[in-house]
Design a protein. Sequence first.
Length: 157
Amino acid sequence: MRRFARFGCILLAAVLIPAGTADALIQIDRGIAGARIGNTRAEVRTALGSPSKTASGTNDFGPFVRYTYAGGIQVVFQGRTRVTSVRLTGRGDRTSRGVGVGSSEAAVKSGVSGITCETFGSFRTCHTGSGEPGQRITDFHISGGRVSAVVVGIVID
């Protein structure tokens, strides 16, 4: 149950983030496009330009800022200063081995090293890492046997 709670924290943040759009490369456990884990807001704006939408607020983990870009990219700054997760829902973005939104679960398993696939209730995920707090993970959300979203982020707790 504790393991589910750990993944739940990063997944909760990912689920609460609405979709946006921009072409990019998914870098396992590092980032998507010009948004890398640990980047500042200025670094993300330099790499990706001005977001089409900006939102801020407070969630269970504290204050956050979210940038939404064209191409299905959302960048979250939990704590408002550094990138803690990047979510992708656009189909144009892929790993160096061609895995991305729309790929089959089999393609994720064969194209991403160190992947683990599991089901939590009705939610199916294939992810890197074990979900320990502070760990970087890449999470492929699976719906109907295909990737519906990709999240690269830091497990918060």
